[in-house]
Ligand binder design. Structure first.
Ligand code: NAP
Length: 249
């Protein structure tokens, strides 16, 4: 598969989980990839090494997506390493579940700053750095934006915002040939879902029971769709939210 030969992609939060899977798959499809991370340098360097060993091109770039200066540097370092930017995957995200009575201002701002402000700041830089042929922005949403999951008030609201800003930016950036789409995964086995105690819990069992294909997703299930949305095969697709959940209802 070499759909992305000559293209340059930035994947935020790619040191582990879904982001790492997407970075590897974009690289396997021919893109040079900037593997962004917030704190896990080792994880990001493992992803870069894996890409290089398979003949691809990648760099690791530290940066907090919620900080404009970090996001600016992420794009500048990518452009100086690879000469251009064509694809942005806004994957960096956090999910903390708490009942209404435990929600605090700090918790609200932490999740909104990472999941929503981070997505907007990176899209803003992408629009600056993409060339005259435009580019593709892929926002990682969640089935949580449409499903009513108790204790997911703040997280679900962040992903509802991601869905909305995806449609707005698609309309705003369409005249510049920039496509903006979202992927909404169902439950995916990642370092994050392990750390959050989802894997092995009754919540996981319930998710699997409600999933037509009878299992949790893996990062690769989502990464394949990111390659499609990044590629010219999706040249006529923008402003869409693609659910990738194995049929979770
Ligand atoms: P994960 O395993 O916890 O990995 C999260 C990644 O995001 C890490 O690389 C982390 O970097 C990075 N990150 C966190 N805060 C950041 C920040 N401020 N700036 C830059 N990077 C940051 O998560 P995941 O399960 O793969 O989830 C990835 C995305 O998919 C999230 O947007 C999540 O909401 C969405 N999603 C996940 C699932 C699921 O079931 N897993 C389902 C639907 C949607 P460090 O490790 O360096 O801190």
């Amino acid at each position: 598969m070499s759909d992305l030969k000559g293209k340059v992609a930035i994947v935020t939060g790619a040191s582990k989980g879904i982001g790492a899977g997407i970075a590897k798959k974009l690289a396997a499809a021919g893109a040079a990839v900037a593997v962004n991370y917030a704190s896990s340098r080792e994880g990001a360097e493992r992803v870069v090494a894996d890409i290089k060993v398979n003949g691809g091109k990648a760099i690791a770039v530290k940066g907090d997506v919620a900080k404009a200066a970090d996001v600016r540097r992420l794009f500048e370092e990518t452009r100086s390493a690879f000469g251009r930017v064509d694809v942005l995957v806004n994957n960096a995200g956090i999910y903390h579940f708490q009942p209404l009575e435990d929600i605090t201002e700090d918790e609200f701002h932490l999740q909104f700053n990472t999941n929503v402000l981070g997505t907007i700041l990176a899209a803003k830089e992408a629009a600056k750095h993409f060339g005259p042929d435009g580019g593709s922005i892929i926002n990682i949403s969640s089935v949580a934006s449409e499903q009513a999951v108790p204790t997911a008030t703040v997280y679900s609201a962040t992903k509802g915002a991601v869905d909305t800003l995806t449609r707005v930016l698609a309309a705003e950036l369409g005249p510049r040939k920039i496509r903006v789409n979202a992927i909404a995964p169902g439950g995916v086995e990642t370092e994050g879902t392990h750390a959050a105690g989802v894997i092995g819990s009754d919540f996981e069992k319930d998710m699997v029971a409600r999933t037509a294909l009878g299992r949790l997703g893996q990062p690769d299930d989502i990464a394949r769709i990111a390659v499609f949305l990044a590629s010219d095969a999706a040249a006529w697709v923008t402003g869409e939210r693609l659910t990738a959940s194995g049929g979770y209802h």
